[in-house]
Write a protein that binds this ligand. Structure first.
Ligand code: 5RP
Length: 220
């Protein structure tokens, strides 16, 4: 019997538990795969001190399982951050932010020693950019940033009716073929009004747990 996409996500989420040291504060991502990780974490909650969440939604789910949620400021450097991705390459460069949590995700990832990415096999790509690149923007800069992105060859679309946890808007940029993600991440960061872009290349994942019908593959 073939596994569903949810079963693949659940399998990688469970495999990520092996990367969680005893007595630690674990960094927790956002999205459907991260949700499976949170549910797996609940089963071993007695051996962790707590979690730092990358979104209000993940914080609620963690608390619902009785897992203590700490602020990043009180937690300090985290040993491990576990999160999904919208696209990932074999270099472990990612596009993230489909769920709109990219800014807090990038902050918690930056503050973690190890980034474990958990994905089903559909997320692995040769070149990033088929999935529209999410960019979190200060609301007053929306039109200006959209013009800059258009000048760079992208087609930005405002994510309608969506406000981030930080009170900002998201532009989803279509039509980019991202051949140099490290360089593009830096370039986008330099546009005034951009808070965060969804390229996670300067701080890539350290480990990819990829859910395939033949089992969980580990790429490093
Ligand atoms: C949220 C993210 C998620 O990691 C990404 O959207 C993947 O989500 P899912 O596990 O539901 O496919 O970056 O901002």
């Amino acid at each position: 019997m073939s596994m569903t996409q949810d079963e693949l996500k659940q399998a990688v989420a469970r495999a990520a538990i092996a990367h969680v040291p005893n007595d630690c504060i674990v960094g927790v991502g956002t999205g459907s795969t991260a949700n499976f990780f949170i549910d797996a974490l609940a089963e071993i909650k007695s051996r962790i001190r707590g979690a730092v969440a990358s979104s209000e939604a993940s914080a609620k789910r963690l608390q619902g399982h009785g897992i203590e949620v700490l602020s990043l400021n009180e937690a300090g450097t985290l040993p491990v951050y576990v999160d999904g991705a919208d696209e990932i390459t074999r270099h472990l460069h990612m596009v993230k932010g489909g769920g709109g949590a990219l800014t807090r995700e990038k902050i918690v990832a930056a503050a973690s020693r190890k980034f474990v990415c958990v994905c089903d096999a559909s997320k692995l790509v040769d070149v990033l950019g088929k999935f529209p690149l999410p960019i979190e923007v200060i609301p007053m800069a929306r039109s200006y940033v959209a013009r800059e992105l258009t000048a760079m060859g992208g087609q930005p679309k405002l994510r309608e009716g969506f406000t981030t946890d930080n009170g900002n808007v998201i532009l989803d940029v279509h039509g980019l073929s991202i051949l140099n993600p490290v360089e593009l991440e830096t370039t986008l960061n330099n546009i005034a009004g951009v808070v965060t872009n969804g390229l996670f290349a300067r701080r890539a994942a350290d480990v990819l747990l990829l859910g395939t019908p033949d089992g969980v593959q580990t790429l490093v």
